[in-house]
Design a protein around this ligand. Structure first.
Ligand code: SF4
Ligand code: SF4
Length: 187
């Protein structure tokens, strides 16, 4: 991969966002503890390494930032206090803000469905709503209906209902719903 011109810009942007990465000494404790590293194209320590090298294009196009579930195991394990999970989130935001192609569109759609459901729920999450929004995004549900692949998901939903793991009733309104709405308006 050719070097990029973004070294200083990327490091500075991360530091400005409270996500300085320059203390990394590549111990790999982050990658060794990551539960999803098997599905990533770059282990977390390499994400930090590439951030230090300013390889912005490589980072914004990688699958890793979308596979990351923000569990924060890496952040907790880092001996230098680097917020690796925060770096992953920041990179996702940059990729979306720039309209770049997302290698894992399902993850992006789920994030959007989740935030829309929280917004419409006044700060609380309605599980059926997030499921419905996710299913509708990108015509996903219609495609499944055409392939007769929706039956399994309906059966799962019914089973979750039976076990009381899924609430159909809308969530109660939050006391601080106005504050949450103000935060979400920025999104
Ligand atoms: S755990 Fe921290 S210091 Fe070690 S490689 Fe990961 S980011 Fe770098
Ligand atoms: S936050 Fe992401 S990168 Fe860090 S351990 Fe969890 S899944 Fe892995």
């Amino acid at each position: 991969m050719p070097p990029s011109d973004f070294t200083e810009d990327l490091a500075a942007a991360l530091a400005t966002a409270g996500l300085a990465v320059d203390a990394c000494y590549q111990c790999r404790k982050c990658s060794n503890g990551c539960p999803l590293v098997f599905a990533m194209d770059l282990p977390p320590d390499q994400v930090i390494r590439l951030a230090l090298a300013g390889r912005e294009a490589d980072l914004l196009g990688c699958r890793t930032i979308w596979v990351c579930s923000s569990c924060e195991t890496c952040t907790t394990r880092c001996p230098n206090g680097i917020d690796i999970a925060g770096v992953m989130d920041w990179l996702k935001e940059q990729a979306v803000a720039r309209g770049l192609a997302v290698p894992e569109p399902e993850v992006r759609d789920f994030h959007r469905a989740f935030l829309s459901a929280v917004k419409w729920g006044g700060g609380r999450l309605s599980e059926p709503l997030v499921m419905a929004l996710y299913a509708l995004k990108g015509g996903r549900w219609l495609k499944k209906l055409r392939r007769s692949a929706a039956a399994g998901e309906v059966a799962t939903a019914l089973e979750l209902l039976r076990r009381r793991r899924l609430r159909l009733a809308p969530p109660k309104r939050l006391t601080g719903a106005g504050e949450v709405a103000a935060i979400l308006r920025r999104w």
